[in-house]
Design a protein around this ligand. Structure first.
Ligand code: FE2
Ligand code: FE2
Length: 177
């Protein structure tokens, strides 16, 4: 048997998702201070999404009757060497979260927790999208690193990261519907 229960592992992931949310607030604040409002808005939105991921996991644990731990808030980075660094860090973060989700998936299989496996399916798909989104943004930011106003135009023109509601998304605690 694995040394960790699935509920414990998911509780750790709740902490990771909240940390990701806080880190995106830190990135958004950095761009906001640099007067790059579209980049700021993009990351404020990402921060909300990460919080929602955490709350989906909270709702799942509520539904299956497991204990829930709401983690402490750790300080996150708000100063960066240049305008490219935050997006690089964001892509790195999304890749790490993908690995975390895969590890959870593996654990669910190992302990034959079919509810957990089904719940995680959506997150596997979500991580494909998030890594692709951050890779796209990194391409654009690297190409325009001497004039980030071009990135601002790109985000506005392409409505980058503004997806509609996803009917297949798991319910999030505290959000009706
Ligand atoms: Fe997430
Ligand atoms: Fe994410």
């Amino acid at each position: 048997m694995p040394e960790k229960s699935f509920a414990d592992a998911l509780n750790e992931q709740i902490a990771n998702e909240f940390a990701a949310s806080q880190q995106y607030v830190g990135v958004a604040v950095y761009y906001d201070a640099e007067t790059l409002p579209r980049l700021a808005a993009f990351f404020y939105r990402q921060a909300m999404e990460e919080r929602e991921h955490a709350m989906m996991m909270v709702q799942y644990l509520l539904d299956v009757g497991e204990d829930i731990h709401i983690p402490d808030i750790k300080a996150q980075e708000t100063s960066f060497s240049d305008g490219v660094a935050p997006v690089k860090a964001a892509l790195h973060q999304e890749k790490r979260v993908s690995d975390e989700i895969f590890a959870l998936f593996e654990l669910a299989r190992e302990v034959k927790d079919y509810r957990a496996e089904q719940f995680l399916q959506w997150f596997v798909k979500e991580q494909v999208e998030e890594v692709a989104l951050m890779s796209d943004l990194l391409n654009v930011v690297e190409r325009s690193k001497d004039n980030l106003l071009l990135v601002e135009d790109y985000i506005a023109r392409e409505s980058l990261g503004e997806e509609g509601s996803d009917p297949t998304a798991p319910p999030a605690a505290g959000m009706a519907g």
